[in-house]
Design a protein around this ligand. Sequence first.
Ligand code: CP
Length: 331
Amino acid sequence: MKHLLSAADLSPAQAVHVLDTAAQMAATQAREIKKLPTLRGRTVVNLFFEDSTRTRISFETAAKRLSADVINFSAKGSSVSKGESLKDTALTLQAMGADAVVIRHQASGAPHTLAHAGWTSGAVVNAGDGMHQHPTQALLDAYTLRRHLVGDRGTTDTTGRDLAGLHVAIVGDVLHSRVARSNVQLLRTLGARVTLVAPPTLLPVGVHTWPATVSYDLDDALATRPDAVMMLRVQRERMSSAGGGFFPSPLEYTRGYGLDARRLAALPDHAVVLHPGPMNRGLEISADAADSPRAVIVEQVANGVAVRMAVLYLLLAGDGTRTTRTTDETK
Ligand code: CP
C-alpha cells in the first residue's frame, strides 16, 4: 500500500491487517513501551489546511511513538494566507524531506491530487478531505467496534470479515459527512450492515445507491436494535459555506434525531455509542448520552493513536505485498 486515500482502497484482508497491526501497537503501549524505533530517521509531515484536534494530534503522537521526525504545518499562519498553492506548499515541504504526508484539506480530492501529481515522493495519508473521505477515522471506528463487540482477535467468520453480522446505525448529517462515507464503505468491507438515519434534507443525492438501508426515523431505527449507534456532528460550517440553511431547525433536529437518555434506554444492553468528535452537545447528542457508560467516544480518540501508528508503520516500514490490493481482489 503506497498511499491511504479512501476507505474504498482497502480490501477485507488489508483492513483486517491494519486492525490487527493496531492491536499490536496498542499492546506495546499497554506494556509501557512508549516508543518503538521503527521509523527512526523518517519524516512525517502533517499538512493541515482545515482545523483539527483529534486527527492532527493523534497522527503527531503516532509518528513520534514510532520515532519518526514530525513537521507540523497548519495553513493558518503560513504562506497559504498569502495565496501560496497546494502544489507550491507541497513542493516546499518535499524539499525539506517528507517520507509521508498526512493531509487534511477542505477540497474533496486534494489528497488524491497530492499523491498522483508528483508533488511529493512520500506516502500520502488522507486525514479528511471536504465531504469525501476520512479513512483513518473509519479504521479507528472499526477497531473500537471490534474491541467492544467482537474481541481483539476479530471474528471467526470464515470470510475473514471482522464485523460480520453487526448492525451499525449512522445517524445525522450524512450529507456533509466524510466520516459517514468512509464508514459505510469500511463497515461493508468488514461485513457489517449499515442503516443511515437522517432527515431527507441531510442525505446526499444518490444515497439510495449506497450499500446501506436509509431511514428517516431514528426511533424506528433504534427499534431494530442496532449493535452500535454512530452519531454524526451537524456540520453547520459546511451548510453556511454552501449557502444553505440548517433545516430542520436545531430544536426540530434534536427532537427528531438527537440521541438522549430516552433513546439510549431503547438500545440493547450490549450496544455502544460512537461519535467522531467534535460533538455539538445538546444538538445531536445530549450530555447524559455522551457521558454514559456505553459511550466509547473518548476511547475512539485513544484507539486513533494505535490505528494511525499502524497505518504509518504499514505505509513506511510494513510488508507492502501483504497490504497491496491484488488485481483479483479489486474485481
Ligand atoms: N474526528 C475528527 O476528525 O476530529 P478532528 O476534526 O478534531 O480531527
